[in-house]
Design a protein around this ligand. Structure first.
Ligand code: NAD
Ligand code: MLT
Length: 311
């Protein structure tokens, strides 16, 4: 019998592989405080999370019988991978299950940004029929700069081409062959941000991408540039972004992710140029089911002595 602790809400449909497995016991305990998690985690062989729960070194050290951590999503930046590895704990994720949803959300944000849809809706809800304040811009013929042309970035690039946008991209790990196949022009980060009317980021948050879009980068961008971040808070320097909006350099921003999440108050949300969602990129019925199935499958495979699919 192996015991599984689920700390973040996961799709019940997606938990079937675990629930139907005769040798697993599943406990769903969401909203645990850090102290409660530290107290309970030592009783479990497997731990499943989304992005809310932080699995830091203290949690890992307390997890004396833990063998596997499953992240129902892409980013593993809420898990201390080094501490897990040192303790011999395997970490698996679900890299493909939410690609489509995150790409669709990025495009939804791009279009909402270009046409001021959230601001206009807000005005209308406040009983203002205002057609002058919300003049937008067309996407057709504009250049979209994609930073990080992996699974989601590539899907976004293809959809943007469907909007008749030109797409330029920066990704130091991408082969020119793949870029050619996608019909995307590659450049350095500076080349991309200098020509783009809209910039969307789709990299992991790692040392090299932390504040990749910072004060120096904003200076190189076109006046009136608009930005989208549906990847990770911290890729864009929020303080520098605030100043770039205030100065008029950046005309609009759509954010799904933030440097600190969750929050109750954020200075960027005081600016009318900023539209935002609370980390909803992967929040669709379809994506949540697939990511939960994928990590649960891997946990079952691990305890059955089979190779996992997404280490
Ligand atoms: P991916 O691994 O398929 O793609 C990431 C790409 O970034 C890769 O092509 C990689 O080569 C590139 N990259 C790495 N370092 C880079 C650097 N220094 N500069 C430029 N490019 C670099 O990942 P993905 O599935 O496309 O996910 C992208 C991001 O979106 C991740 O941060 C993930 O956590 C996040 N995400 C967010 C949501 C959400 O709910 N908002 C949902 C899914 C994924
Ligand atoms: C991810 O990295 O997959 C996203 O943050 C989606 C999520 O789990 O909410």
């Amino acid at each position: 019998m192996f015991k599984v602790l689920i700390c973040d809400p996961l799709s019940e449909e997606g938990l079937k592989p675990l629930r139907e497995n005769p040798t697993s016991q599943v406990d769903v305990l969401t909203n645990l405080s850090k102290e409660e998690l530290l107290d309970k985690v030592g009783n479990y062989d497997a731990l499943l999370v989304r992005s809310q729960t932080t699995i830091d070194a203290a949690v890992i050290h307390a997890a004396t019988r833990l063998k596997i951590i499953g992240r129902a999503g892409v980013g593993v930046d809420n898990i201390d991978l080094q501490a897990a590895t040192e303790q011999g704990i395997l970490v698996v994720n679900a890299p493909d299950g939410n690609t489509n949803s995150a790409a669709e959300h990025s495009i939804a944000m791009l279009m909402a940004l270009a046409r001021n849809i959230p601001q206009a809706f807000h005005a209308l809800k406040n009983k203002q029929w205002d057609r002058k304040s919300f003049i937008g811009v067309e996407l057709k013929g504009k250049t979209l700069g994609v930073i990080g042309l992996g699974r989601i970035g590539a899907e976004v690039a293809q959809r943007a081409k469907g909007q008749r946008m030109k797409v330029v991209a920066y990704d130091p790990f991408l082969t020119l062959e793949k870029a050619e196949k996608l019909g995307v022009t590659m450049g350095t980060v500076d080349e991309v941000i200098q020509v783009a009317d809209f910039i969307t980021v789709h990299t992991p948050l790692v040392k090299e991408t932390k504040h990749l879009l910072n004060r120096a980068a904003f200076e190189k961008m076109k006046p009136g540039v608009q930005l989208i971040n549906c990847a990770r808070g911290g890729i864009i320097d929020e303080d520098a972004l605030y100043d770039a909006i205030q100065s008029g350099k950046v005309a609009g921003v759509a954010l799904d992710v933030f440097e600190v999440e969750p929050f109750v108050d954020h200075k960027l949300l005081t600016l009318p140029q900023v539209i935002a969602t609370p980390h909803l990129g992967a929040s669709t019925v379809e994506a949540q089911e697939v990511v939960a199935v994928d990590v649960c499958d891997d946990v079952v495979r691990y305890f059955n002595g089979q190779a996992v699919k997404n280490p």
